[in-house]
Design a protein around this ligand. Structure first.
Ligand code: F6P
Length: 321
């Protein structure tokens, strides 16, 4: 039977990680477990930065952005010796199970610990929404709203100056933030891995807009794909639109989580503890959400899945642009 559970957050932080941490701790204490937090992700685990917590620890964190137990990226965690050290730290405290809140990188780390006999559960949290085994990750809703707030403001000035604005958003290699933001903002175009740039089509559209005296254009672009400054120069040359670029950057990762992110975080956290409470043997699972219902997948199965854009999303974008 699992008696002691630790929680860590890892990878890029995401709004709602604290809400998930709160849910795990409270559900664990409710089930009579001893609850621990690990500071600084897998690095803190290797270094033994582990602390036992009570309900007080969760006071007033549900609405806070970032992660109060901090996060880190640790490429060395791919090495077996480093993994063994981390497993040993948990064993030093007699901790039977670890809940990791993060994205794919976090789940790989958890998978390695599962092979060393630790029970693990992964809760998907990243603004990128790029975890294949879930329709939604914690933090995506908040980041999307942040993008919309920024684009609303940019629209004001873009319209006043009759400009074309190229706005780069995060997502690593996933276009969900760009695509959903383009839908929510009624953008003129979106450029992302799932909806690549067709230069001539874009220029034709912008020339037509210019000829019809449409005051301005908003184009959303995923990071790590194209050089937006070079594209801005081409747009100006080919279409006559005075063009500006904006990179929203890490602004997208901050802020108080939306109610939606807090609620899915609560469901994920409590479910993770329920699974561990009922587990008879060493368990390794990743949670997901599908049509609003929490799902559990075996670690190996989830890691083998491939992220696909939501059904019909690209067609809807094309239809409404
Ligand atoms: O995974 C979240 C994310 O914000 C990505 O969108 C982005 O590519 C990356 O993290 C940036 O990471 P860092 O802040 O470590 O440079």
């Amino acid at each position: 039977m699992i008696r002691k559970i630790a929680i860590l957050t890892s990878g890029g932080d995401a709004p709602g990680m604290n809400a998930a941490l709160r849910a795990c701790i409270r559900a664990g204490l409710y089930a009579g477990k001893e609850m621990y937090v690990v500071y600084d992700g897998f690095r803190g685990l290797v270094e033994g930065n582990i602390k036992v917590v009570t309900k007080d620890f969760t006071q007033d964190i549900i609405n806070r952005g970032g992660t109060i137990i901090r996060s880190a990226r640790l490429p060395e965690f791919r090495e077996l010796e480093v993994q063994k050290k981390a497993a040993q730290r948990l064993q030093d405290y007699d901790i039977d199970a670890l809940i990791g809140i993060g994205g794919d990188g976090t789940f790989m780390g958890l998978g390695a610990l599962a092979k060393l006999g630790i029970s693990v559960i992964g809760i998907p949290a990243t603004i990128d929404n790029d975890v294949a085994s879930t329709e939604e990750t914690i933090g995506f809703s908040t980041a999307l709203n942040t993008i919309c707030e920024c684009v609303d403001k940019l629209k004001d000035t873009s319209g006043s100056h009759q400009r074309c604005s190229l706005i780069e958003v995060m997502g690593r290699h996933c276009g969900d933030l760009a695509m959903y933001a383009s839908l929510a903002e009624g953008a003129e175009a979106v450029i992302c891995p799932e909806h690549p740039l067709k230069e001539e089509v874009l220029f034709k559209k912008l020339r037509k807009m210019k000829a019809q005296n449409k005051s301005h254009a908003i184009i959303l672009v995923s990071e790590n794909l194209i050089n937006i400054n070079e594209l801005a120069e081409k747009i100006a040359k080919e279409t006559g639109f005075d063009t500006r670029t904006e990179v929203l950057g890490r602004l997208q990762r901050g802020g108080s989580p939306t109610a939606h992110d807090r609620i899915i975080a609560a469901k994920f956290g409590a479910t993770a503890v329920h699974i561990l409470t009922e587990a008879k043997n060493t368990t390794a699972k990743i949670l997901g959400i599908k049509s609003n219902v929490i799902q559990e997948y075996e670690m190996e199965e989830a890691l083998a899945m491939k992220h696909e854009p939501a059904h019909g999303l690209r067609d809807l974008i094309d239809e409404l642009q």
